[in-house]
Each structure stands twice: as C-alpha cells, then as structure tokens.
Design a protein around this ligand. Structure first.
Ligand SMILES: Nc1nc2c(ncn2[C@@H]2O[C@H](COP(=O)(O)OP(=O)(O)O)[C@@H](O)[C@H]2O)c(=O)[nH]1
Ligand SMILES: Nc1ncnc2c1ncn2[C@@H]1O[C@H](COP(=O)(O)OP(=O)(O)O)[C@@H](O)[C@H]1O
Length: 217
C-alpha cells in the first residue's frame, strides 16, 4: 500500500472522508478535488435510492435494488454500509483495496455511520472532514437550487440535518462551506498536509539514510 509523494518518498495511501448534512456541498467539493488532485480516486457507493436527473449509474452510484444490496452485505462485499433517508448505502470493498494497493488515495462521500465503521477498521489511514453550511437558510436554499428533490424530500433532508450535525465532533477537520472556492482551498490544504504526515511516509527512514550517506562522504 505505497504511493510515491511528489518528493519521491514512499507513503501509505489514505482514505479521505467528506461528510455533511445533505446540501452542504460534499458533492461539489468532491468533484473539485478529483479534478485538481491527481492520485485521488472516488469510491463509488452502491445505493438503493432512485437515480436523480443527471446522475450516471457507475459514476455517481451503483444503483441496485434491495435484494441485490442485501446479497452484497451477506457476501462481505461492502467495507461499510448504513441506512440513510430510508435507503441503503454502502462502499464496495474491492475498488477501494485495489486503489490503495497501487498507491492511490481514495475519496469517500459517506455519512457519519459509515465514517465510524471505516475508522474502526483502518483508523490511521482515515482522514475525516465534516462540511458545515454557513446557516440553515443557506442549506435550504442550496437544496432548492440543486432542484433534484421534491418538496417532501427536501423537508426530510432539512429535518435530518440537525441530527447529522450532532456528529461533527467525531471528525478530524471542520470546514464551513460559505464561499465554495475558500472551502475548496481548505479541503485541499487538509489533503496536502495529511499526505505529508510522518507516520504515512514509509519511505522516510530510507530517504534520510540516503541523505546521511551523502553527508558522510
Ligand atoms: N454510510 C454510507 N453513506 C453513504 C454512502 N454513499 C453515500 N452516503 C451518504 O448518504 C447520504 C445521502 O446521499 P445522497 O442520496 O447522494 O444525497 P446527498 O446528501 O444530496 O449527497 C449522504 O450523507 C452521503 O454521504 C455509503 O456508501 N455509505
Ligand atoms: N459555497 C456554496 N455556495 C453556494 N452554493 C453552493 C456552495 N456549495 C455548493 N453549492 C450548491 O449547493 C447545492 C448542494 O451542493 P451539493 O454539493 O450537491 O451538496 P451535498 O453533496 O452535500 O448534498 C448544489 O446546487 C451546489 O451547486
């Protein structure tokens, strides 16, 4: 599980988690990260929720029915899974392990339940970021401008937001998404700094030994 840093020092891949109340901006920030950060691969979840306009099966989610999802759970195909808004969501295990094994970092857009499960399994490799909206009014406005859900679904998402918010303290970093470019810069800085953490940089001992050999010549 090693990646090569820009400086040539090997390190372990990391699992970068973005969570937030629905509508706070996870999807937007994830897309920006994937566009600008080479070496980062999105984990595409499986879900039983209906596809929204503009979504693509296999890109945004693997859209499956409930029996298929339950089979995936039984066969141990999911790294974590949870019920959110009456639908089932889960992370397929194989693509994540494959990406980490070739030295890529993996980005997850999952809720607090999935984040807890991932952290229990791989704590040192998991970086947890929680995105907050600047206000409840902004959150509601964003859910409306996204124009992908019915009034009833939006009401449900707003009702759940306060419950989701209550899990903020289980995360390593908190970003308020007021201006999207500022929030993106903050999320990107977290990723860059986490990639440099000593304990992930498995190649450091060898690198420093090489430096010492050069100095002793
Ligand atoms: N535990 C878990 N949660 C997921 C997974 N995929 C998506 N979610 C979460 O499910 C919630 C609903 O996602 P979605 O229906 O796409 O609506 P969104 O909130 O507008 O992104 C969000 O909080 C996602 O982070 C997953 O694989 N596992
Ligand atoms: N900082 C921001 N300011 C204004 N609108 C935003 C901002 N960030 C995201 N949005 C918009 O809010 C809506 C919800 O964002 P989205 O990324 O889908 O949220 P989530 O994935 O957390 O549900 C989208 O229409 C998106 O374009």
């Amino acid at each position: 599980m090693t990646a090569q840093g820009f400086d040539g020092v090997e390190r372990r891949g990391l699992m970068f988690v973005l969570s937030s109340p629905s509508g706070a901006g996870k999807t937007t920030l994830s897309r920006m990260l994937l566009e600008r950060e080479p070496g980062l691969k999105m984990s595409v979840s499986a879900t039983t929720r209906p596809m929204r306009p503009g979504e693509v099966n296999g890109r945004d989610y693997f859209f499956v029915d409930k029996p298929k999802f339950e089979t995936m759970v039984k066969q141990g195909e999911l790294l974590e899974w949870a019920t959110v808004f009456d639908n089932l969501y889960g992370t397929p295990r194989v693509p994540v392990e494959a990406a980490l094994s070739v030295g890529q970092d993996v980005l997850f857009d999952i809720d607090w339940q999935g984040t807890q499960q991932l952290h229990q399994k791989a704590s040192v490799d998991v970086v947890r970021v929680f995105i907050l909206p600047p206000s409840a009014a902004d959150l509601e406005k964003r859910l409306h401008t996204r124009a992908q859900d019915s009034e009833e679904v939006i009401r449900g998402r707003m009702n759940r937001a306060s419950h989701e918010l209550s899990h903020w303290a289980e995360y390593d970093y908190i970003v308020v998404n007021q201006n999207v470019d500022d929030a993106f810069a903050e999320v990107q800085s977290i990723l860059k700094a986490e990639r440099l953490k000593r304990e992930r940089r498995t190649g450091l001992t060898e690198f420093v030994r090489g430096l010492q050999r050069q100095l002793e010549k």
